[in-house]
Design a protein around this ligand. Structure first.
Ligand SMILES: CC(C)(COP(=O)(O)OP(=O)(O)OC[C@H]1O[C@@H](n2cnc3c(N)ncnc32)[C@H](O)[C@@H]1OP(=O)(O)O)[C@@H](O)C(=O)NCCC(=O)NCCS
Length: 155
């Protein structure tokens, strides 16, 4: 087996068009590109996962904000053609390490209740459900609850 197939680096504005395509393909209600631009300009952690041999090809991305002793993952998405290869786990591990470096003691995220594959990933990384936001997400017919998940970074 060779080394890692994918690596994580900071997102740059040249990545934005690929990020927008992945986002539009992944979600029924995608983030507008402007929101990614604003996150890049603000002091957030914004990274992409790229193929090791093609570092300009974006395969996934993650955005996180941290403030005092809490951090929150705002978006974590992998290109549908590149899922189930460990990229989501690699991005999540990167953010957990970054949050620790920032001095955060708790890492939060929200996930649609119906999003089983994302929930499995988070559970695998020791996230626990700590809350529920009723009707938080827009749905095609109805609104859907968000589960609030937390990972303690104390150990
Ligand atoms: C959720 C999401 C980010 C996961 O990304 P991913 O790159 O597929 O994640 P991973 O590859 O690390 O793990 C996914 C599955 O692949 C499996 N896997 C990982 N590496 C593998 C490998 N080398 N060989 C076989 N299977 C593997 C994992 O065990 C996991 O299995 P599970 O779903 O049965 O638990 C991705 O599905 C996605 O972008 N979904 C749409 C957007 C979304 O819902 N984002 C989360 C919003 S909160």
């Amino acid at each position: 087996m060779g080394g890692f197939l994918f690596s994580v680096r900071l997102m740059i504005s040249a990545d934005l068009s690929q990020v927008g395509q992945i986002e539009d393909d992944a979600y029924q209600f995608p983030w507008p590109l402007q929101l990614f631009r604003e996150c890049l300009q603000a002091r957030n952690h914004v990274v992409v996962a790229v193929s090791e041999d093609q570092p300009s090809k974006v395969r996934g991305y993650a955005l996180m904000t941290s403030h005092s002793d809490e951090a929150e993952i705002l978006n974590l998405t992998v290109d549908s053609k590149f899922r189930s290869q460990g990229i989501g786990a690699q991005l999540l591990q990167h953010m957990i390490t970054q949050a620790r470096t920032d001095g955060a003691r708790q890492l939060f995220l929200e996930v649609r209740e119906s999003n089983a594959s994302a929930s499995r990933l988070y559970t695998r990384f020791f996230f626990k459900q700590v809350g529920r936001r009723i009707g938080y997400y827009q749905g095609s017919e109805d609104r859907e609850d968000a589960l609030v998940m937390e990972r303690s970074l104390d150990h």
